[in-house]
Design a protein around this ligand. Structure first.
Ligand SMILES: Cc1cc2nc3c(=O)[nH]c(=O)nc-3n(C[C@H](O)[C@H](O)[C@H](O)COP(=O)(O)OP(=O)(O)OC[C@H]3O[C@@H](n4cnc5c(N)ncnc54)[C@H](O)[C@@H]3O)c2cc1C
Length: 435
């Protein structure tokens, strides 16, 4: 059997979201050779899937795409997408990461991103990149500005009809592709594995994800995005333009029943942002935010909140107890009004749940780095160097270390790059003699 391939770098960045890309670019610009390992078929993380970003309301993909392209074209950065991390260990001076390349069933060296396979494929599947609201083909490029622009075949749903193989001009389709395992070594690693939303299905009081017009906040980001599933905001059950939209805050945070007792930090601000964008998209719609406290923690955020109130968005201080399906696709919200109104109910056309932020990756048993009781990566010097973990030469950046907004994610990623560079400067360079 052939020996598994080993490739050497200065730093391995795990996670190709905005945190990982920023750390990688900051290190690569200083001349360090960086491997970025991403589990999805494209880099970009959650940010490339957002509509606009608070508090500036800049277009998210306009900011993220250039970073993705810079990383992809940087001579010191190598991207490993659609890869699983099977284990990270320190062996003497080096960190070894064992990686599995998942099969795309399309040869990335041959695919020219022409999408002919996608057009020919007869199998339609829900497109989770669009919140599950529209369809994609069983072989497709993940989304329009994905990097790399390489098609991926969904082996579970492929009918093996052979249409994609027939039309591919470069013979890139390979139904017999197997997973490949290889090892990356480096002197340092940055863990930037981000976050996931707590699943709606875990919240029985809010319908377990079975009420069609109750969606999560990332799905609303897609409805609001310029390249969203409908190009306008429509409710999923019947394609009606919603006249009344509600946000339920702390739907999965500060909630011990969900195992998330902490504040997810960004939900107040993104709900306010989405409400503002909805006011623009649907000027006649009533928008209500049910909240426990508004935590407008960053620079300019309180003003952002005040602007939303001035725009006519209604803020109701209430804990939502129950959400039920109403008549004609409506959604009934039952809540206790904290401003003295007692128990009340209200019908809305569409309800958005601000679900909690969970770690995107649990290091155990793959990597001996410690996590806190909230399962995010532990910082051993949270005040003076929050990116330091308890594994030598391994740093954490972005939402992997706790819920945070993009501003804090970028600052932390720069800090992780500085700490990694300092660590490498303090030790002997080991790559000088390697090609
Ligand atoms: C609905 C919503 C709206 C938001 N809007 C805003 C906003 O307007 N402004 C703002 O400042 N912030 C906003 N945020 C917060 C923002 O999304 C985060 O700050 C940012 O995405 C964090 O970036 P990250 O790179 O740390 O994590 P992510 O974006 O989650 O990226 C992590 C990457 O790591 C990859 N990964 C995970 N595990 C592994 C593994 N084991 N191996 C390889 N790769 C892995 C993931 O696939 C992903 O690509 C919003 C959040 C939500 C939920």
């Amino acid at each position: 059997m052939a020996e598994p391939q080993v490739q050497h770098f200065d730093t391995i960045v795990i996670g190709g979201g905005i945190a990982g890309l920023q750390s990688a670019l900051d290190l690569a610009d200083q001349g360090y050779r960086v491997a970025v390992v991403e589990k999805d078929a494209s880099i970009g993380g959650k940010m490339i899937r957002l509509s606009k970003v608070f508090p500036t309301l800049d277009c998210a993909s306009c900011i993220t795409t250039p970073k993705m392209a810079s990383a992809a074209h940087h001579e010191n950065i190598t991207l490993f997408t659609y890869c699983n991390v099977d284990g990270i260990v320190r062996m003497g001076e080096e960190i070894h990461a064992r990686i599995t390349q998942n099969p795309r069933y399309v040869d990335p060296d041959k695919c020219i991103g022409c999408r002919k396979c996608e057009y020919a494929c007869p199998v339609y599947l829900p497109d989770m990149e669009q919140g599950g609201f529209s369809a994609k083909k069983a072989i497709s490029i993940p989304f329009s500005n994905a990097i790399p622009q390489v098609a991926v075949l969904d082996a579970e749903h492929c009918m093996l009809c052979g249409q994609c193989e027939t039309v591919c001009p470069t013979d890139a389709v390979d139904y017999f592709m197997e997973p490949e395992t290889f090892t990356l070594t480096a002197r340092t690693a940055v863990l930037s594995t981000g976050f996931e939303l707590s699943p709606v299905k875990d919240k029985a009081q809010y319908g377990n994800g079975e009420i069609p017009n109750v969606i999560d906040s990332l799905q609303m980001e897609r409805l609001l995005a310029p390249h969203g599933p409908y190009n306008r905001v429509l409710r999923p059950s019947d394609g009606m333009e919603p006249d009344s939209i509600a946000y339920v805050q702390c739907a999965g945070s500060r909630d011990k029943s969900m195992g998330v007792s902490y504040c997810s930090r960004v939900c107040c601000m993104y709900a306010i942002k989405q409400a503002m964008l909805l006011s623009g998209a649907l000027p006649l719609a009533d928008i209500t935010i049910y909240y426990m406290d508004i935590r407008a923690f960053g620079k300019g955020y309180e003003q952002f909140y005040q602007n939303a109130k001035a725009m006519g968005i209604e803020f109701v201080k209430a804990k939502v107890a129950r959400i039920n399906e109403g008549d004609g696709g409506s959604v009934t919200v039952r809540y206790e009004n904290q401003d003295g109104g007692g128990i009340q109910t209200m019908d809305h056309d569409l309800v958005v749940l601000s679900m909690g932020i969970l770690p995107g990756w649990r290091p155990e048993p793959y990597c001996p780095v410690s996590t806190d009781s909230d399962r995010f990566i532990t910082s051993i010097k949270p005040k003076i160097s929050p990116v330091l973990t308890d594994m030598e030469g391994v740093f954490a950046a972005g939402a992997a270390a706790g819920p945070k907004d993009i501003v804090d994610t970028i600052s932390e990623s720069g800090s992780a790059a500085v700490e990694a560079a300092k660590y490498m400067q303090a030790s002997e360079p080991i790559l000088e003699t390697q090609p």
